[in-house]
Design a protein around this ligand. Structure first.
Ligand code: BGC
Length: 713
């Protein structure tokens, strides 16, 4: 399709239509649309015929119907493009993105994204509003569950892996989707962890922490960008100069920018536009090409053009971006993009997809503590499975798209499948956030078994968009339940289900074993059983620090040095140091932490040179021996810049590799350190690497086992 020629044939109204996106509800039945939601938005039936894209439809049948009706009505015959949030699976749900990041396994993330793309594209999804790669460090913010955690390098790698998985062999293929990276920028820094709240962020913070992951996704060929809702340094992202300066000019991005849901409509409430018309002028002027779900463009662009406040060239440029996306997706040849009900049905929850979701849930789980209790022995006669999440199907997590709770395997079901139902005693104990009538029964169940699995956490609705908390402890009576169950049976392993790091110091104090399962998705219960009994060996590492209390938030590993550092990792206040009177400074579990049933012994780190010359590289070899069963270790390389013109992080992850070891196996892992990995944004906001000494550390944040130094000359 010659999109330039097509553009020439389009009327202004048709062009504006391409710059809008509405919910499928508006196209559901023409009568309802005219009288209902479309009328509310002030859209005429004629406007609806020109709309360029649709979000949130129910599946292939609805998508095809809307597309058919549209093509029959649109005089230009331009297919609509169908978009949706496929965040961690479509029908087969794998763990939430924060959990997937804990796998430290980009290939697994890519495979899961491919699986999501297969199911979603067969269901009519052509563009995915993912990956979300917002930099996050405040566990109160509900949307951290959608992110890849507090490390920008990791977030970029995981984001790019998702883009590549969605894309597959190319976005025109029937089993692929185009990715929309979001939310540009600094959305995750919403003050006080309250969603939609402003973020105030220095340029250094932006450049070092927030921007790199979006850039990594664009380099991986994400096709769209979505600005965030909140105002960033005083200006809502939808109309923030950053869009033009960084995205368009600095990065040369010429793809579609699509607003977030009603974000243009909300500019008035933000207090930056007097009315809808000004909102349209501002958003369009900042090259936000497509308006999602409000109607400022429909109502005002024509008038703004007549008044010379926007130009025809601007409109054409935005429309061309949309048409080019449609062309790249191959929609002019196949407006269904291969969507097919039968194919979709054959893919949903198929054996291959369930197996992958199970492996993902196993790799994403993080063994936080183990005093030798785990793994359990399969010869066990009776095991008690206790707690509000023991038989809970609602462990898919927020944004689980078309996943259904009833398809999800609970821990009780997983254990019953592994051991046989007669060996599993079940007692809920208490509700996740309410009643506690079952405590006595739970205690009795724990006593009657050789071991217990206590399933605690926060309901899945406690995280996700708009779901923030000021208290990030276990809700309700769960801590009391833990106290009673563990006292009744010291062989109790605790499983935690949550969309954020919870503050669980009281559980850490009394439980002999704790495993963080996050929201593990469809195969959660099977994965839990495999992990508890050693059929799977835990290999997840934390992508986010676990605070001891909400008062530590934001707590994150790569904070900069201070002139008065804290002295100890205990709650020991020395005065005039950067610490607390009432709490230790270090998190309860640091970034990169995670145990295994294997024992990995770090024997030696050797450097190919102790001098790094400009343009050169140093090879870092780390020899590791596995003293136990087969398993995987995430080998993490950190650095510290000893002295620079700006205060630098006390520790910074610069490379990692997840490595599989056979029982008793030995490996040497090699990293290449280049000057770029040492660089930072100086006071004048130039990216520089300054000469001097650097320390390299192996282990995980706050806990290093090998160190060496070199000089950058
Ligand atoms: C969210 C976006 C999402 C959009 C469309 C908004 O509320 O912030 O992340 O892509 O809705 O569903």
């Amino acid at each position: 399709m010659d999109v330039n020629a097509l553009l020439k044939k389009m009327t202004l109204r048709q062009k504006i239509g391409q710059l809008t996106q509405y919910n499928a509800a508006l196209f559901t039945d023409s009568e309802a649309a005219v009288t209902g939601p479309a009328k509310k938005l002030g859209l005429s039936p004629e406007d609806l015929k020109t709309v360029g894209s649709v979000l949130n439809f129910s599946g292939p049948a609805e998508m095809k119907r809307i597309q058919d009706e549209h093509l029959a009505a649109d005089p230009c015959g331009i297919p609509m493009v169908f978009m949706m949030d496929v965040i961690h699976g479509y029908r087969t749900v794998y763990p939430i993105p924060l959990a997937m990041a804990c796998s430290f396994d980009p290939e697994l993330v890519r495979e899961c994204a491919r699986m999501a793309a297969r199911e979603a594209s067969a269901s009519g999804v052509q563009v995915d509003f993912a990956p979300m790669v917002d930099y996050v460090k405040d566990a109160r913010w509900g949307r951290i569950m959608e992110s890849s955690g507090e490390e920008p390098l990791l977030a970029g790698i995981m984001g790019a892996a998702q883009v590549s998985g969605y894309r597959g062999e190319g976005i025109d293929r029937p089993d692929s989707m185009a990715a929309c990276v979001k939310h540009f920028a600094a959305y995750g820094l919403a003050e006080a962890g309250r969603d939609y709240n402003q973020s105030d962020c220095s340029e250094r913070e932006l450049r070092e922490h927030c921007l790199p992951a979006y850039k990594a996704c664009l380099d991986a060929r994400a096709k769209l960008v979505m600005p965030s809702f909140q105002s960033m340094n005083g200006v809502p992202s939808t109309v923030n100069p950053l869009l033009h300066r960084v995205l368009r000019e600095e990065w040369g991005y010429d793809g579609v920018v699509i607003s977030d849901y009603n974000a243009i409509g909300e500019l008035k409430k933000h207090g930056v536009a007097e009315d809808e018309k000004q909102a349209a002028q501002l958003a369009f002027g900042h090259e936000c090409d497509v308006e999602m779900c409000s109607a400022a463009y429909f109502h005002s662009l024509e008038e703004l053009l007549a008044e010379g406040k926007v130009t025809e060239e601007q409109i054409d440029r935005a429309v061309l971006r949309v048409l080019r996306l449609k062309e790249e997706l191959g929609l002019f040849e196949d407006p269904y993009h291969g969507a097919d009900e039968e194919r979709a049905q054959s893919l949903y929850l198929c054996g291959e997809h369930r197996a992958l979701a199970r492996r993902a849930a196993e790799e994403a789980a993080v063994l936080l503590k183990n005093d030798g209790l785990l793994p359990f022995d399969e010869g066990i006669k009776k095991i008690a499975v206790i707690g509000p999440f023991a038989d809970e199907h609602g462990i898919n997590g927020s944004w689980s798209c078309r996943g259904r709770d009833e398809d999800t395997v609970t821990v009780r079901q997983g254990l019953s499948r592994l051991l046989g139902e007669d060996r599993v005693i079940y007692a809920p104990g208490c509700e996740a956030a309410g009643g506690c009538e079952g405590l006595d029964k739970a205690e009795a169940a724990a006593k009657a078994a050789e071991a217990a699995v206590l399933c605690l956490g926060e309901p899945q609705g406690y995280s996700g968009e708009g779901n923030c908390r000021t208290d990030i402890r276990l809700p309700g009576m769960q801590s009391e339940l833990a106290r009673r169950v563990i006292a009744a049976n010291p062989n109790t392993a605790v499983l935690i289900f949550s969309g954020r790091p919870l503050a669980i110091p009281e559980i850490d104090e009394i439980a002999p074993a704790i495993m963080q399962l996050w929201f593990p998705g469809t195969e959660g219960g099977n994965a839990a059983a495999d992990l508890l009994f050693g059929r799977a060996n835990p290999s997840g590492r934390l992508a986010m620090s676990f605070p001891r209390s909400v008062g530590q938030c934001p707590v994150y590993y790569d904070h900069t040095s201070t002139g008065r550092p804290h002295f100890t990792d205990r709650a020991e206040h020395r005065g005039y140091a950067s610490d607390y009177i009432d709490c230790a400074v270090l998190p309860l579990y640091s970034f990169g932490h995670g145990l295994s049933y294997s024992e990995f012994i770090y024997e030696e780190m050797t450097l190919s040179s102790h001098e790094l010359k400009s343009g050169g590289a140093i090879e870092v070899n780390v020899r590791i021996r596995n003293n136990g069963r087969a398993g995987s270790e995430v080998v993490q390389l950190y650095m510290r810049d000893i002295a620079a013109s700006c205060t630098r992080p006390v520790q910074k992850l610069i490379a990692f590799e997840k490595v599989h070891f056979e029982a008793g196996g030995e490996r040497t892992v090699t990293f290449r350190v280049t000057e770029e990995m040492l660089g930072f944004w100086n006071f004048d906001m130039q990216f520089v690497t300054e000469k001097g000494d650097f320390e390299l550390m192996i282990g995980y944040a706050d806990h290093f086992v090998l160190r060496d130094r070199f000089r950058y000359v």
